[in-house]
Design a binder for this molecule. Structure first.
Ligand code: NDP
Length: 331
């Protein structure tokens, strides 16, 4: 197997020398194990947190060990009941071309007509469920809400905006980091309006995009975006605090939002969440979102990078916005 190890803990933005490509011999599957050839590997923003030596809801990656992460692959050899050669499986032994793992650590997934297996790393996987559960459960979305989502052209954000539209939002507003992504949101994904957060003050851009205020904010970015949303909230607004990617490479503590006390007078609900808490929604989510994909009502994008040797670059590109939709690595 060719694998990517963490060679050094990144200081600020990760650089090439933080990663090392190694080769490792894998044996044959032992009792209850399967050998999987990975087809697609996932790069996700949470992995940046795991590269630091700090306690979080997931433990840190160890230095000079192969990292882990989402992967979909095909079973090459099986020594376990319930999984056969050729089965498609979703598991967390990513950052490597091949994986030897207990069958119970792999979830068998269906090959879906017209949908790449990589969808199980994005729209039909962890990011999709994050969008679905975060909007519908955590933010308690209701028909007629005005919804604002940041990181809107990414894996989670693009699903949030479209699910809000399909569930009857009054207006869906998105922010993203380039003119091309903004055009993509309104022209392809059905957002009512969108802005490039690099064009000026986020507070002013949001006020112009939502002159009558917002009811739901789905936060992927934190910082200035959360501060702007607090100012634009209507009474009884609800925020799902999903991520704060503007701060993941920060070496100093952030100051914004300075207006957090607005949550009091406006009687807001701001709720953080971890997608793993919502795994009970997985089947319902795949059924509903899979249906929207099949009927063409929901669009999903992927930015595909080829080759395990380019995986560190794909991860660094994810953190700097080189992806539209889900960033995956194809082997
Ligand atoms: P994305 O596909 O959205 O990729 C990351 C995007 O972040 C980039 O494309 C870039 O887009 C944007 N970005 C980078 N730096 C900044 C910045 N300084 N300010 C604003 N945007 C920035 O990733 P995901 O959809 O996988 O994840 C989105 C968020 O959701 C992350 O914060 C992640 O941590 C969180 N998350 C949380 C989960 C949970 O359980 N709570 C589960 C899954 C994800 P652009 O070009 O627009 O800048």
């Amino acid at each position: 197997s060719r694998e990517i190890q963490l060679a050094a803990r990144p200081q600020g933005a990760p650089v090439d020398s933080d990663f090392a490509l190694v080769e490792r011999e894998l044996g044959q599957p032992g009792d209850g194990e399967v050998l999987v050839r990975n087809l697609f590997l996932s790069v996700d923003p949470y992995m940046r947190g795991r590269m630091n030596d700090t306690k979080s809801y997931t433990p840190p990656f160890a230095l000079n060990e192969t990292m882990t992460g989402g992967a979909v692959g095909e079973v090459l050899a099986s020594n376990a009941d319930g999984l056969n050669v050729g089965d498609l499986v979703l598991h967390d032994q990513g950052w490597r071309t091949h994986a030897l793992l207990p069958a119970r650590a792999a979830r068998k997934v269906e090959a879906r007509e017209g949908v790449s297996p990589s969808a199980y790393l994005g729209i039909l996987g962890m990011p999709g469920l994050t969008a679905y559960a975060g909007l519908l459960d955590v933010a308690a979305f209701r028909e007629g809400d005005v919804v604002f989502v940041s990181g809107a052209a990414g894996a989670v954000g693009s699903a949030v905006g479209q699910i809000a539209r399909l569930k009857g939002a009054a207006r869906v507003i998105g922010s993203a980091g380039s003119a091309d992504k903004v055009a993509h949101l309104t022209e392809k994904l059905g957002f009512d309006t969108a802005f490039n957060y690099k064009d000026g003050s986020v507070a002013r851009l949001l006020r112009e995009a939502a002159p009558d205020g917002i009811d739901v904010y789905f936060d992927n970015v934190g910082g200035d975006h959360l501060e702007a949303a607090l100012s634009s909230f209507n009474t009884f607004g609800r925020a799902a605090l999903c991520g704060a990617i503007s701060q993941y490479n920060a070496t100093e503590a952030p100051s914004a939002p300075r207006n957090l006390a607005l949550a009091i007078g406006k009687q807001l609900t701001l709720k953080g969440f971890i997608v793993g808490t919502y795994s009970h929604l997985f089947s319902q989510f795949v059924q509903e979102v899979g249906g929207w994909i099949a009927s063409g009502q929901l669009h999903y994008d992927e930015t595909v990078v080829d080759g395990i040797e380019n995986m560190p670059g794909a991860f660094m590109g994810l953190l700097t916005g080189q992806n539209t939709g889900k960033m995956v690595v194809r082997l």
